[in-house]
Design a protein around this ligand. Structure first.
Ligand code: AMP
Length: 217
């Protein structure tokens, strides 16, 4: 199966993507992960990407299109793939269409996870992580029990710099301006499968499984 996963930052795409690849046995192609790896490795591409990523902006189209093109050629994408975080702009979607045409591949579904902005801001700004084992908490919805993590750490939990309200609002603004138009692009092709991203992780996953199943997947 060939999929794209679209949704605002903080919609839970990463978690749902992980479950989907386990279920469908297809590789996940996350441009965010690929760019973070390049950034951590300090490659020229990673250094270029870092400038944009740290400000909540998108990395230039040509950079990500090149990365995806290389990745889609890999052997493990022959029986399917899931694109997560790509395409993010109309030029990326158009480039992908040409690329898939050249490679004789097609798209089956574009899963859209919908969550209101204010819910996302509340989810992300309340996020904290354990400095010892990286487990994620939420100060309101999932606080550490008796002030301690299951790993034994007891103390202040970490608030990541990119979970700050101004950064998340900028990423949401970019999403609405640049990524939301893609929904129309794929809706015209009859590919959009929209699901509500609120409720438990299991509930959201059930909704996704249903929309994929009901389309004969
Ligand atoms: P993500 O983990 O998908 O939220 O991506 C983190 C950051 O990587 C984004 O805020 C962008 O700066 C950059 N990024 C990831 N995917 C893309 C893409 N398809 N186009 C441009 N920038 C991207």
């Amino acid at each position: 199966m060939n999929l794209i996963l679209i949704g605002p930052p903080g919609a839970g795409k990463g978690t749902q993507a992980q479950r989907l690849i386990d279920l469908l046995k297809i590789p996940q192609i996350s441009t965010g992960d690929m760019l973070r790896a390049a950034k951590a490795a300090g490659t020229p591409l990673g250094l270029e990407a870092k400038k944009h990523m740290d400000r909540g902006e998108l990395v230039p189209d040509q950079v990500v299109i090149g990365l995806v093109e290389e990745r889609l050629k890999a052997e493990d994408c022959r029986s399917g793939y899931m694109l997560d975080g790509f395409p993010r702009t109309l030029p990326q979607a158009e480039a992908l269409e040409k690329l898939l045409g050249r490679m004789n591949k097609k798209l089956d579904h574009v899963v859209l996870i919908e969550v209101d902005d204010e819910i996302i801001v509340e989810r992300i700004t309340g996020r904290r992580s354990c400095p010892k084992c990286n487990r994620i908490f939420h100060i309101k919805f999932d606080p550490p029990k008796q002030g301690a993590c299951a790993c034994g750490y007891r103390g202040e939990m970490v608030h990541r710099a990119d979970d700050r309200e101004d950064v998340i609002r900028e990423r949401l603004r970019v999403y609405h301006a640049q990524t939301a138009p893609l929904v129309e692009f794929y809706r015209k092709q009859g590919l959009i499968r929209a699901v509500k991203g609120v409720g438990s992780l299991d509930e959201v996953f059930d909704r996704i499984s249903k929309v994929l199943g009901s389309k004969g997947a």
